[in-house]
Design a protein around this ligand. Structure first.
Ligand code: SF4
Length: 296
């Protein structure tokens, strides 16, 4: 059974008549085909077309508001933090069956820890064998998120470098402490992830934020990221202890455009830690860097 058939069967197992379909940006080009297939299978489907980056970000409230009995969240597994949802959620990871062909000679280190996002888990044992065939020792770490690297931390002492299997730098930038390579599955190429460059950018942002008098503290209204409000209160107190002004801003989607009109000199992000890797006009630091910012 292909992914379309499997998805329809799983929805039917839940006896859901009307569902909301939520897809990450990378799968939106399949949205029309998915909707058509599900409808032809007798399932009434509504597509959520808001940006979706992770399982921290569920469209369950929209599903309930539009009379759907189930949210079908495709492309991610359940978030590692539990939270209540307005309707039941079916997670379907949309596994990608890709034939991997690449040259691993660009990897200099001997012992390699392999990480990936959930869709590519099935590829890891093949990639391990390929690395071993290229004379490496390979250890499968497993899944990681841009905000969750526990599987990398577990194998860190046993490896000389990490290899992230997937695309983009959203995930591998969360890895630290070892050289990081990425196997780009679209280009079938191995490349370095220049973590040092991103560390320099991070310290540059902290440096630029030091002179700010007024800070906006960003809190996400996405359910999986919501428990960060306590962190925002702590950040506000720490800033006020240093005679800075600070106020809390709640947003769903955090973008530079939405922040341009806000009269703050810098921002502290308590939401998805990868947001601060995007381009912002004013300095933006992550909440975990607050003590570095306040260092004398
Ligand atoms: S918080 Fe960010 S990195 Fe973590 S799951 Fe959500 S979008 Fe992904």
């Amino acid at each position: 059974m292909n992914n379309y058939g499997e998805l329809a069967a799983k929805i039917k197992e839940r006896n859901a008549r009307r569902v909301m379909l939520q897809l990450p940006e990378g799968l939106k080009m399949k949205a029309a085909d998915m909707c058509r297939f599900l409808q032809e299978s007798g399932i009434e489907v509504l597509l959520s077309n808001e940006p979706t980056y992770g399982a921290c970000d569920l469209a369950d409230a929209e599903a309930k508001a539009t009379g759907c009995e189930l949210l079908v969240h495709v492309g991610h597994s359940k978030f590692y933090v539990d939270f209540e949802t307005d309707v039941p959620v079916l997670y379907y990871i949309w596994p990608e069956r890709i034939q991997v062909k690449t040259d691993f000679s660009g990897i200099k280190e001997k012992r390699i820890g392999i990480l990936t996002s959930i869709q590519h888990m099935e590829l890891l044992s093949d990639i391990k064998s390929m690395l071993e065939g290229a004379g490496k020792e390979a250890i499968i770490g497993g899944q990681m998120l841009g905000c969750w690297t526990a599987n990398a931390d577990k194998i860190k002492e046993m490896v000389d470098a990490f290899l992230f299997v997937g695309s983009g730098e959203f995930h591998p930038l969360a890895l630290s402490g070892k050289p990081v390579y990425k196997l780009d599955l679209e280009r079938m190429e191995i490349g370095d992830v220049d973590a040092e460059k991103f560390q320099k950018i991070r310290y540059g942002r902290i440096f630029r934020a030091r002179d700010a008098a007024t800070f906006g503290i960003l809190v996400s209204s996405k359910k999986g990221q919501k428990e960060l409000l306590a962190k925002a209160d702590y950040v506000r107190q720490r800033l006020e202890q240093r005679d800075k002004k600070a106020f809390i801003i709640v947003m769903n989607e955090i973008t530079n455009e939405k922040l341009l009109g806000i009269k703050a000199d810098a921002f502290v992000n308590t939401a998805c830690p990868r947001i601060s890797d995007m381009q912002f006009t004013k300095p933006m630091i992550n909440a975990d860097d607050i003590e570095l910012l306040l260092e004398e």
